[in-house]
Design a protein around this ligand. Structure first.
Ligand code: XMP
Length: 317
């Protein structure tokens, strides 16, 4: 019978056998899958696993630092790479969602390739691919899919010529979480909401600037912290704030303001394919709205998205 413990034991033994003294590079995203894959590989080959965590400047507030700290705490051999400016430069002037996704995918590959080259004699690319990613070959999600869609752009980067090791490719998401728990990975990583690879770039409608990222990070942090302190974070499948390219009139003291709108999104779902908007308590929404408008400069209006998927999608881009 399948149990998380037996999976951990047999997988670590099999990875040891397969990899021997070889080196592996793996890109960590802060998400559940890549984290569990990394810890399994770390148990099997220790310091021969070289993890790379890229700061694309599109993560949640303080996320890069705090997740990097957790990874180090777990004993992973990890390098954090500040590539914020490279991503902002590539995104400059782009407002079409697919162009933004492509630019982010391209820069990620460039940065990752530069870093992979620093690891002498690396033989393998580790990936957190899970079973649904394998069967859903048309999936638009995840680093492997991002990489696939770039196959035909000017030849393969060197790291994509490496042999691939994917220790989770027979598991479903709930099994990955159980394996993560059996490995002792923190709930702070295992219990987190899904977060898209292109990050806040697809939650800022239209063109990205570092200033808009900063505003959205502040609003999003207020939102998520309030979900946590109200005890509803774990009941929500995914939540996030969206920066709308709309200005509206407001009043602050005696002054008329003309500033942007932030939309709050929270959904219940099993797999992201369909989703219902969450009926968050009005009192909680009121508290979040007040806190955002009173504290985030540049935002004078907060709205709540009451659309389900289909026909809407979870993200706005
Ligand atoms: P939608 O907006 O299509 O989102 O209803 C479904 C799920 O997929 C995530 N998503 C993405 N994840 N790269 C990702 O890694 C992407 O480009 C992307 N677009 C959407 C979304 O956050 C939700 O969990």
């Amino acid at each position: 019978d399948w149990t998380p413990d037996s999976f951990v034991e047999t997988t670590i033994a099999a990875l040891k056998e397969k990899l021997g003294d070889d080196k592996v590079v793996l890109g960590l995203s802060g998400g559940v899958d890549s984290s569990v894959a990394a810890v399994l590989l770390h148990h099997a080959i220790g310091k021969n696993l070289h993890c790379i965590f890229v700061d694309n400047g599109l993560l949640r507030k303080d996320e890069f630092e705090s997740v990097l700290e957790s990874y180090k705490h777990m004993g992973l051999n990890i390098k954090g790479v500040d590539a914020k400016q490279r991503f902002y430069d590539a995104l400059s002037g782009l407002s079409d969602p697919e162009k933004k996704r492509k630019a982010i995918g391209r820069v990620f590959i460039e940065v990752f390739d530069d870093e992979a080259h620093q690891v002498q004699d690396v033989k393998w690319l580790g990936q957190g691919t899970i079973y649904p990613d394998v069967i859903e070959s048309v999936s638009v999600k995840g680093p492997s899919a991002t990489i696939k869609s770039h196959h035909n752009v000017g030849g393969l980067p060197d790291f994509m010529k490496l042999k691939v090791v994917e220790p989770l490719n027979t598991l479903f998401k709930d099994e990955v979480r159980k394996v993560g728990k059996a490995l002792g990975i923190d709930d702070n990583i295992l219990g987190r909401h899904p977060f898209p690879g292109p990050g806040l770039a697809i939650r800022i409608l239209g063109e990205i600037t570092p200033e808009k990222v900063d505003i959205l990070q502040q609003a999003d942090a207020i939102y998520i912290n309030n979900l946590r302190s109200a005890g509803v974070y774990d009941k929500v499948w995914q939540a996030g704030a969206i920066y709308l390219p709309v200005q509206s009139v407001g009043v602050m003291g005696d002054e008329r303001t003309y500033e942007n709108v932030v939309c709050l999104r929270a959904v219940e779902s099993l797999d992201g394919m369909t989703a219902d908007w969450c009926h968050l308590p009005y009192d909680l929404l009121a508290k979040i709205s007040n806190e955002i408008i009173n504290n985030v400069k540049g935002i004078n209006r907060v709205v709540y998205d009451i659309s389900s998927k289909p026909p809407a999608t979870i993200e706005w881009e």
